[in-house]
Ligand binder design. Structure first.
Ligand code: SF4
Length: 121
């Protein structure tokens, strides 16, 4: 960055990049997927897991469908409820649902957590 654009960093914040979409494509194409997932697993932090945003927040898509978080929204993984649309909003059902999890969730539970409920350190 310094050489090409004369940009230098004096204070750099970093957050975990979840293995989804373009970053997942990159990991697979560059044969870095397993190494990255091993890193996330090795950095598992139960405190970060206790604070993931899907435990107290939902995401609502432009079309009214409800997701556990914006990552699940990006992956089109709707909430595990019979009422998946905001028109049929049922706070009781949502409060008692099982959160839809997958491999990308290890990004939220690694280290200090991802941007959703974790800290940038
Ligand atoms: S990616 Fe997984 S752990 Fe993270 S907020 Fe979404 S559902 Fe929860």
């Amino acid at each position: 960055m310094k050489k090409d654009f004369n940009i230098s960093f004096h204070s750099l914040f970093a957050i975990t990049n979840l293995p989804v979409s373009r970053f997942l494509d990159y990991l697979l194409q560059s044969n870095n997927y397993e190494k990255y997932m091993e890193k996330l697993l090795a950095a598992y932090n139960p405190v970060a897991a206790a604070n993931v945003m899907c435990r107290n927040t939902i995401s609502v898509g432009w079309d009214g469908y409800i997701y556990d978080c914006d990552f699940n929204q990006m992956l089109e993984l709707k909430v595990d409820c019979s009422n998946k649309h905001i028109l049929n909003f049922d706070s009781n059902e949502l409060r008692n649902r099982s959160i839809v999890i997958n491999q990308h969730c290890f990004g939220c539970t690694a280290g200090a957590g991802s941007s959703c409920g974790g800290a940038v350190t």
